[in-house]
Design a protein around this ligand. Sequence first.
Ligand code: AMP
Length: 218
Amino acid sequence: MIVILLGPPGAGKGTQAQTLAKTRGIVQLSTGDMLRAAVKAGTDVGRQADTIMKSGGLVSDEIVIRIISDRIQEPDCAKGFLLDGFPRTLPQAVGLDKLLEQQGKTLDVVVEMKVDDTALIERITGRFTCAKCGTGYHDTFKPTKAKDTCDSCGSHEFTRRADDNAETVKSRLMAYYRETAPLIGYYFAKGKLKSIDGMAQIDEVERQLNTVLDAAAA
Ligand code: AMP
């Protein structure tokens, strides 16, 4: 199935996408992760994206549509995928419609994770990730079970994203409300939108998401 997770930075898209990838075997496609990998690898795309990402702005539609277009043609996406952080603008949404149409595929559902703005900064600034396996954590909401040890792979090395600071988060939130929030109306009009309470506990959000996905798959 093809699913989009929609919500502002800090809504929990990445956390839930990682869980769904494990529990339902759906491939998680995060344009943020792909761009960070390109920055780390020092590719042309990475060089172009680096400064924009540091400022909390959006990378060009052309670049991200190309990345997604290439990625969804890979064999592991044949049975479906879950988009986390894409589309983020109306031209990206239209671009995705075209790509899916060309490939004879249909978008199943767009899940909007509704959250309270005031909680987002705290949620974002407490995030960290295992440097080895990429499992995501949070100082308050999802700490590691054993101190400084990854629950998944046992590594002791963690990283924090350079753009997860209070200043950049404000720009990222503004970009969300200006460019991405209009997608809620776009997908509502197509009859694809379902909303869940992103403020609930992580397990409860996961339960709500599974209910939505089960209904969409039925
Ligand atoms: P994320 O990991 O989804 O929070 O994305 C981190 C940063 O990558 C964003 O603040 C943007 O600069 C960039 N980015 C990720 N996905 C997109 C996208 N679909 N369109 C434009 N920029 C993106």
